[in-house]
Ligand binder design. Sequence first.
Ligand code: NAI
Length: 289
Amino acid sequence: QNLEGKTAFVTGGASGIGLGIAKALLGAGMNVVIADIRDDHLAAATAELAGGDRVLAVKLDVTNRVQFAEVADAAEARFGKIHLLVNNAGVAVVGPTELATYADWDWVMGVNVGGTINGIVTMLPRILAHGEGGHIVCTASMSALVPVGMTTIYSSGKAAVTSMMECMRPELEGRGVICSAFCPGAVQSNIADAAKTRPADLADTGYAEADKRRASGGNFMHLYQTKEQVGQRVLEGILNDELYILTHSEFLDGVRERGEATTAAVQTHLPENPEYKQTFAMLFRNPAI
Ligand code: NAI
């Protein structure tokens, strides 16, 4: 698949993983739109990418549907068609579930899940309309595949995003749009700074004390993969049409255990109804039903 001259739209593309992805896509010859809520990140990323007129930096809050459509219009006005959407913008809160306020849930779900929904609703019809084929990648997380304590809000949102790609993949691949879930382990980034973008009306958090304790609990960034490493991995996953774009081999046992546990839980002692099996497969592959 030749990406040269095609256009990518990367949300949260001005920092960390999104910037690493933007770099790799630029290196593959694509035009790249980086869309981000932070002006300072946009300015620094534009300088770091040094992509000249192949880079468009735009301000976008992915939770703002009107703005998302405006920015998509601006991207099309500049580059023509958009072929690749990377729903990557994301934020996190971590800590015991019972401390979470509604505002903690609403902020993280609003950006990580709502922002992805807004990306799909804004961009998918545009990608299908030009008929040149395309790709949607969502940055989920390894925590969508391997259970991790203290991350209920974050991980369940990432599981939702992974599931969107799993559902959309069989639905859209026949029409030339490939869907991928990118599920990395830890990557060097600015996500610890995410609260700076938290809206005032969702400021009420149950994690202020937990955040202070975590901030003094040590910095493990040197153990994490770099944005360039994962950016290249995403590019490779796109070129290979991979559904699950994974990174860290440290999680192999966890991924395997989950697969084995769900497989073992299937009630194989009950007789299978072949008619139900066939009907189920048929119902969910036929857009007319
Ligand atoms: P980052 O903070 O370095 O980059 C995220 C970018 O998204 C920032 O530039 C931020 O300004 C932007 N952003 C935040 N809210 C936004 C909004 N409402 N609208 C538009 N842009 C917004 O963080 P990182 O780590 O690069 O995160 C990128 C994605 O990777 C997120 O979805 C995160 O959940 C995911 N992820 C990160 C991992 C890590 O270890 N860093 C591991 C697994 C997944």
